[in-house]
Design a protein around this ligand. Structure first.
Ligand code: ATP
Ligand code: GCO
Length: 164
């Protein structure tokens, strides 16, 4: 929705998972760093290609930990570790309480549309770690999709990302 509204390209991180990672998650087994690092590196390389051709790209990704986001930030060849403000990659966190996320995942898995079972939600939230210094904007994800879209477009057009 956001990429369409901006007229830019879009990458969904789940499309970069290996079959083995997807099978593991569908069995309710949380991924480890060993599983995640090659996945994040492949996604990083895909983002880098977009940046090299001066494209804007929207990426949706459960980049739960700072160290995972650091891998993605390296898609910007000029990124210097910790220099979040000057990094070309900007992060927005779609924030919702566990119960809301759980009910959405349950509906989605009932439709057979996704490999992610609700049993993995707890382990995902336990990993979620955001350092204030990263300047990541939290966007309320309990509201309508249109309102979420408008909030992110406003952050982008006011150049507010990374300026907390
Ligand atoms: N603001 C919203 N209001 C109502 N339903 C929503 C909203 N956002 C997402 N959903 C629903 O929640 C489910 C999960 O959304 P979606 O697949 O976009 O999440 P995601 O962030 O990509 O999740 P994951 O990281 O697990 O892939 C979908 O069925 C979607 O329709
Ligand atoms: O790092 C991980 O454990 C995975 O990337 C997960 O976060 C799922 O793929 C995602 O939540 C479902 O979309």
């Amino acid at each position: 929705m956001l990429s369409k509204s901006l007229g830019c390209s879009y990458l969904e991180a789940d499309d970069f998972h290996s079959q083995a990672n997807k099978e593991k998650m569908s069995k309710g087994i949380p991924l480890t760093d060993e599983d995640r690092i090659p996945w994040l590196e492949t996604l990083r390389d895909a983002i880098r290609k977009k940046l090299e051709s001066c494209e804007t790209v929207i990426v949706t990704c459960s980049a739960l930990q700072k160290k995972y986001r650091e891998i993605l930030r390296c898609a910007d060849p000029e990124y210097k570790c910790g220099d979040y403000r000057n990094c070309k990659l900007k992060f927005v966190c779609l924030d919702a309480p566990m119960e809301v996320l759980a009910s959405r995942i349950i509906v989605r898995s009932k439709n057979g549309k996704h490999f992610m079972p609700v049993s993995l939600l707890q382990s995902q939230l336990e990993l979620l770690q955001i350092d204030k210094a990263e300047g990541i904007h939290m966007v309320d994800a309990t509201v309508s999709l249109q309102y979420i879209l408008d909030s992110i477009v406003a952050l982008l057009s006011n150049n507010k990302l990374n300026s907390m």
